[in-house]
Design a protein around this ligand. Sequence first.
Ligand code: NAD
Ligand code: MG
Length: 383
Amino acid sequence: MKNIVLLGATGSIGKSCLSVIRQNKEHFHLFGIGFGSNLDKAQEIVQEFNPDHIFVAQSQSDKSHSFWKTHSNTLSNEDELQGLIQDPKVDIVISAISGFAGLKASYFAIEAGKTILLANKESIVAAGDILMPLADTKDSEIIPVDSEHNALYQCLPRERNLNEISKILITASGGPFREKSLIDLKGVSLEDALKHPTWSMGAKITIDSATLVNKCLELIEAHYLFNIPESQIEIIVHPQSIIHSMITFIDGSTIAQMSNPSMEVPISNALGMGTRLPINFQQIDFSKLNLSFQPVANDREIIFDMAREVCNRKGNLGVIFNASNEIAVDAFINKNIDFIDIYKVIQRTFDYFSCSKVSTIDEIFEYDKEARIQAEKVIKSLH
Ligand code: NAD
Ligand code: MG
């Protein structure tokens, strides 16, 4: 029986994780959950899984909710969260909080030498320079949950001989605006941006998919997780989301991982840690399958250039790229800026900073703060 701490339990990834755990109850015990919103859902999770520990982010202030009366012993500060993650009884930490807010949990898990199932890509994008060497030192295994990275993880040979890789291909659905040019995107509504054609996800990542910034984050994530230069990573649009990513080896073979789009597939692979866990899934009907591929639209290259620069120069550039995007997406969701302004906010913030080395996690938090302030200034200048 493995003890799991699931952080981001009330979100979209949290829901898929709970479904895989429910289907494999004999192998997993939900030791702890953490979340920042949706007390009703948390209440249901607690009733069904009866976790030993509950962490509620301090931002959740609705103390009148019945949740607080029934679970008055919940943890709510960062030291308590760290204590929970460090508990020797914990085998697996699932990092599925959304955005930069998930970095602390990823850091605590790696620092404690735990096996971490990483959905929170923002952690690696912002702090790859700190987290990857720390994982080595602390012997913490990072297993990717992001569908593309889990696909690559499955395609990689066990011995991880990176010299045998010619190229990594990360697939992209292209999001709801795949057929539109940048000019057509002026004035698109929040509702349209939230309509993802193949995946159902939280709001932030759905907007990231519409802008294609999600693929930029994934490019940086792949670069750090697999230690592959960006020049060997290609993004290819594949609207059906059946092939989740592929690797071409130096002998000309390409290995792809396929499934119908469901996050339960990469999650069960990650939780299985080398064994295949049974889950209910919809088989691919190959007789009806029509797979297509196309390059990413040229007019979106500008953000990919920034992402590639992050991979090449590292340091504070990842945290700046990520923070400017989070501020821009937030402003778009709150209807303060137009959809295409998201690109302007990222680029102008990114260009404002020069590249500096980072050597501590505190410096990452410092740069995050500065980049957010700068991004807000850019937003003001747009009005
Ligand atoms: P979501 O918005 O549906 O859920 C986010 C979860 O994090 C919720 O439980 C929320 O309460 C919690 N949370 C937010 N702020 C918090 C805080 N400060 N402290 C504690 N908990 C907090 O998001 P999601 O779509 O499930 O995405 C989660 C992460 O997984 C993101 O990093 C995303 O990029 C990544 N991811 C998601 C998908 C997907 O299919 N949804 C796919 C790949 C990667
Ligand atoms: Mg993904």
